[in-house]
Design a binder for this molecule. Sequence first.
Ligand code: NDP
Ligand code: DXP
Ligand code: MN
Length: 396
Amino acid sequence: MQYPQQICILGATGSIGTSTLDVISRHPDKFKVFALSGMNQLTKLAEQIRTFVPNYAVVKDAAAVKELKQILGASIGKTTLLHSKQGLIDIASASEVDCVMSAIVGAAGLLPTLAAVTSGKRILLANKEALVMSGELFINAVNKHKAQLIPIDSEHNAIFQCLPSDFIYGDKQASGISHLLLTGSGGPFRELPLAQFSHVTPAQACAHPNWSMGQKISIDSASMMNKGLEFIEAKWLFGFNEDDIEVVIHPQSTIHSMVQYVDGSVIAQMGNPDMRTPIAHGLAYPNRIESGVGPLNFAQLSNLSFSTPCKKRFPNLFLAIQASKSGQAATTTLNAANEVAVDAFLQGKVNFSQINTVNDMTLQKQNTSSLTCIDSIIEHDASSRILAHQIIKELV
Ligand SMILES: NC(=O)C1=CN([C@@H]2O[C@H](COP(=O)(O)OP(=O)(O)OC[C@H]3O[C@@H](n4cnc5c(N)ncnc54)[C@H](OP(=O)(O)O)[C@@H]3O)[C@@H](O)[C@H]2O)C=CC1
Ligand SMILES: CC(=O)[C@@H](O)[C@H](O)COP(=O)(O)O
Ligand SMILES: [Mn+2]
């Protein structure tokens, strides 16, 4: 690895983006911020521009460029402001960039992340939805363009750390691996009586017991759709079959995931629940750098517990596993339906239990045509969203 690395952060104003800048700020000799992007939080983006002085910053549209210019005034410095999808694609594929942090939430992250892939960058992948939407196509592009894909999602980064360094994609036999153990906390409703699920508020659903994250992933954690998306993400990142991935509920989020080997050994990655650890690991890989996360205090770890997820409580997890077995069209459909349903829940249009109803019904109504190119994936995503909106209209 040649320092300094020029870094592009897609989704800089979000939870992962902010943690990434925190790690980078600890290592000014190693990382330079080349480009940042934000969507609605322009004041926060302006503050980041003043602090990190990137070459480029990308916002939603021309009106946002104008507003950001006004906020920045003379402190705009050398930063050029771009906008729209094309602006994101331009910064993700710029020749000066070594490494792209993919931290936009949802389907909006797909095209800029793919632009980084086809430009052969090192990609730090937090945006799991991109991989859920485009699985095989995404991995084929990584291989074709010799991009380097490093998982940032805490579970997948943990598995990446627990696999042998010479692990060959999809070849569990050669490495003596039995299966992957994907841990999930069970979220804020792990013990809530089932009858109360349809009455929970967005604030309650967003109150994750262990992690501080953006709204969408927090709701997904509460329904365990997050673990369903992560199941599909693990399949594509490591080349495993559905039968080789087991989801384990671990409420403390101290073990971030594990690899079970055929000789009975289990290798786990542990740490305090703070995304700066996987982010620092990805930024410096294969080296290690200080992240700002303190050491685990084992004397205070009174209890590490584990259990099996329940289908009645977390139907979204099982829907996602089923979709994974069905194939690409099903996982693209599920991702789109879930984004629409979570948004509707946040707006008070559907209740928490109806997120699963919308996901299930959209999967039943949508076709399962084969999706072999990016245009067909984008089209399928769009038509699934239309179906999900129709289903919501009929529900309310
Ligand atoms: N937070 C976490 O700890 C973890 C997150 N992840 C994954 O990382 C990704 C980001 O999550 P998180 O940081 O929590 O999310 P946040 O909601 O906190 O941040 C999302 C970022 O994306 C920007 N954004 C939102 N919508 C769009 C859009 N349509 N076009 C362009 N930019 C957009 C936001 O801009 P703005 O805020 O300015 O509106 C913000 O910068 C998700 O895919 C999530 O699943 C994975 C593991 C852990
Ligand atoms: C930090 C991270 O990676 C999240 O995806 C986290 O795992 C969410 O917690 P759950 O395990 O409750 O989904
Ligand atoms: Mn995760």
